[in-house]
Design a protein around this ligand. Structure first.
Ligand SMILES: [Fe+2]
Length: 187
C-alpha cells in the first residue's frame, strides 16, 4: 500500500481510505488493486498486459486512454540514471500520468497549487492518476526497481514540461517502505 507524506506538516498517512481521501482533495486518484495472480519476475510485457487486460479496459473506458504499455526499470537498465534525471525535476505533462505498479516501488511528489507538497510512495498494487497539468516529480527508491503499466491518451503529450521552480530540491527522495523483499520460501 502507498505511504503518503506531507513533509511541510510533518505528517504521514498510511491508512488506505485516508490516503485516497487526502489525495482526492488535491485532484489525485488513488486506488488499490490486489493482483489476481502472481506474475513471475521474468514475465514479458505482453504477459503483464494480458494478466491485467480487464483492469486496463476499465481504465481505458474511464479515462479515454487508448494505449497501454509496461515500463520495466531496474538498477542494471542501461541509462537508468539519465532516464530518471528526466523526471526527478518538477514538471507537468499535457497528458494524465497513469501508473499501475506491478513490482518495485517509486516516489511521486505532487506540488498542488494551493496545498503543501505531498510525497506518494507507491508499490505493487497501487494505481495512481496524476492529471494533466499537475506539477510533480518522480524518483525511484534505493533499489532502483519498478515495473508498471502506463496508460496514455496521446503519447505525444507525454514529454515533460519543466517548471524550473527548483521546488524539488527541497524534498529528500527517500522511501520509507521496505526497499528489499526477501524471496518467498516455496514450500
Ligand atoms: Fe511526469
Amino acid at each position: 500500500m502507498a505511504i503518503v507524506t506531507v513533509p511541510g506538516e510533518n505528517r504521514t498517512i498510511k491508512d488506505q481510505q485516508a490516503i485516497a481521501a487526502y489525495l482526492a482533495a488535491i485532484g489525485i486518484d488513488y486506488e488499490r488493486w490486489e493482483p489476481k495472480q502472481q506474475l513471475a519476475e521474468g514475465a514479458t510485457a505482453d504477459e503483464v498486459l494480458q494478466a491485467y487486460a480487464a483492469e486496463i479496459e476499465t481504465l481505458k473506458s474511464r479515462g479515454g486512454y487508448v494505449t497501454a504499455d509496461v515500463i520495466d526499470v531496474h538498477s542494471e537498465t542501461p541509462g537508468v540514471e539519465a532516464m530518471l534525471a528526466k523526471f526527478n525535476r518538477e514538471h507537468w505533462h499535457d497528458e494524465d500520468e497513469v501508473r499501475f505498479i506491478i513490482q518495485g516501488r517509486g516516489l511521486f511528489h505532487i506540488h498542488p497549487r494551493n496545498a503543501p507538497v505531498v510525497g506518494i510512495e507507491v508499490e505493487a498494487g497501487d494505481l495512481i492518476r496524476v492529471p494533466r497539468g499537475t506539477w510533480h516529480w518522480f524518483n525511484l527508491c534505493g533499489d532502483r526497481r519498478i515495473r508498471a503499466i502506463r496508460l496514455f491518451q496521446d503519447v505525444s503529450g507525454w514529454a515533460p514540461v519543466y517548471t524550473e521552480s527548483g521546488e524539488d530540491a527541497a524534498y529528500q527522495p527517500i522511501c520509507l517502505g521496505p526497499s528489499y523483499f526477501p524471496a518467498q520460501v516455496q514450500s
